[in-house]
Design a protein around this ligand. Structure first.
Ligand code: ZN
Length: 249
């Protein structure tokens, strides 16, 4: 009997992990490849900001973007959004796109049912109530990872899953000039840039992101780019039929 359990228990754990993490990981990698391929066809550059809104950082980011007439996409942590509705309204009024990034930004691999499901349903409900749209908001999974329930959530609500093509790891940077120059060096039409406006450590102690953005949008090279929101710039063949070439304006 002991031998039976010695086989069954590890087997059951292996099947559970495979179903909950490994299968979604394979799906996620396929979605990511499709996303990158589609993004690179776009003539636009998308700046995306995760983990906000933050009362210190996000208004500064909005000011810099407004100064250069650049529109971007903000993947909001819904719990923070509920705490700062005025910032969410500011993002909307400036013409930026709002996307979902979980309710608490829980790590998909460390969150188990039913919390994993409610993490995203709560975020969806909260943000839709604030944004007041019937259209499904774009979805960027926290940490760029899916679990089984996150994947089912994207299927249930036909979510556009948005990854990125360029990650400067802004949260690790200490020099705004270096971050801006790195971005300018690597940016191409079709780039979807991953940035963070909710990382208190990086952004409160040293306003690296804001300084880098100021340098970025003022540079002659950036003026050659057409900046657009993710939904304007991209179509997602895995989740919806390809659209016509987007108009970046
Ligand atoms: Zn995040």
């Amino acid at each position: 009997m002991l031998g039976f359990f010695a086989i069954i228990v590890p087997l059951a754990v292996a099947v559970a992990v495979a179903a909950y993490i490994l299968f979604p990981w394979i799906v996620r990698n396929r979605l990511r490849r499709l996303f990158v391929r589609e993004a690179r066809r776009s003539p636009c550059v998308c700046l995306t900001f995760d983990d906000g809104p933050d009362p210190q950082v996000t208004p500064q980011v909005l000011d810099v973007l407004a100064s250069a007439n650049v529109r971007a996409t903000f993947f909001l942590v819904a719990r923070k959004a509920v705490q700062h509705p005025e910032i969410v309204a500011g993002i909307r009024q400036a013409g930026h796109e709002i996307g979902e990034h979980g309710f608490r930004h829980a790590h998909p691999w460390r969150t188990w049912s039913p919390a994993a499901w409610s993490e995203h349903v709560r975020a969806r409900n909260a943000l839709r109530a604030m944004v007041g749209e019937q259209q499904e908001l774009a979805f960027r999974p926290p940490f760029g990872k899916l679990n089984l329930l996150t994947w089912l959530y994207t299927r249930r609500f036909q979510k556009r899953v948005v990854f990125w093509t360029l990650d400067p790891r802004d949260y690790e940077q200490t020099d705004p000039e270096r971050l801006a120059d790195d971005l300018l060096e690597r940016m191409r039409p079709g780039a979807v840039v991953l940035l963070h406006d909710g990382n208190a450590k990086t952004l409160h102690e040293t306003p690296v992101l804001v300084g880098a953005l100021q340098r970025l949008v003022r540079s002659p090279k950036a003026r050659e780019f057409e900046f657009a929101t993710v939904s304007e710039a991209l179509s997602m063949p895995a989740l919806r039929p390809p659209r016509q070439q987007p108009d970046c304006r």
